[in-house]
Design a protein around this ligand. Sequence first.
Ligand SMILES: [Zn+2]
Length: 301
Amino acid sequence: MKKISFLILITILSILMLSLNAFSKVDVVTTFTTLKSITEDIGGDKVSVTSLARWNEDPHFVEARPSFILKLRSADLLVINGADLESWSKSLIENSRNNKIMPGGTGYIDASSGVYLLEKPYGRVDRSQGDVHPFGNPHYWLDPQNAKIIAQNIYNGLVRVDSSNRSYYLNRLQYFKRRCDAITNIVRRMFTGISNKKIIAYHKTWIYFTRRFGISEMGYIEPKPGVSPSVTHLYRIMNIIRSEKIKIILQAHYYAAGSALKVSQNTKTRFLRLQTNVGGNISNYFLLIYYLGQQISQGLK
Ligand SMILES: [Zn+2]
């Protein structure tokens, strides 16, 4: 009798363990919010995702908070943008002592893997004078065609750690890719019929977006990514604005208005400070791309 009740107890416990397992989610940490949003699009209700950076922080310079290490320590998956954007995250990942999410680990996802990086330097990498893009331009997520590659990399990582839900993730990946094509077409239409599609940007934040939609970047307020402009450089930019009849100066919202605002006032150019990541009123990747398309195309009219 005792043996039978023991067996019943073991059976009940195993059923309980199995059902708990079915409800446990893959614990994912991403460096910033757009990667969080795309991970949720692919992972659905099988994942629980945390972003280290807030949506309104400069992804080049995120201030580490004590909670970061704890989040990384318990993560099954880590998604980083890569291309040296998050140099601030390297020591945090090491200090988490979580082997799964170290480079080369099963839970490590570099979202840039397979992305064609623009402005890649030839020869020696030069960080002198504070260039923050020494390995090429890392802002590739603003091209919806690159978002397909990001989503594919996230899918691959999810399948590595949770293969039992492969078909669930695959359906969502395919849907995500179709939406990337749809938003590309929608935004492309926003720019048709606009004759002068030339802009000035503060930082080289937009090159993947502008290249995709046929907008020409004629100059930058920063002489090099991350480097403040001299007065001579600002005069050069103002001359370009006048000669090319440029209507807008684009700047990511997390930079102080400063010199870009002054240039826009001196040249009577529109100054657009726009969001570059999902967050605030923009709740997913497609709304982010739609918002950028609308703001920039309206600014050029
Ligand atoms: Zn940058």
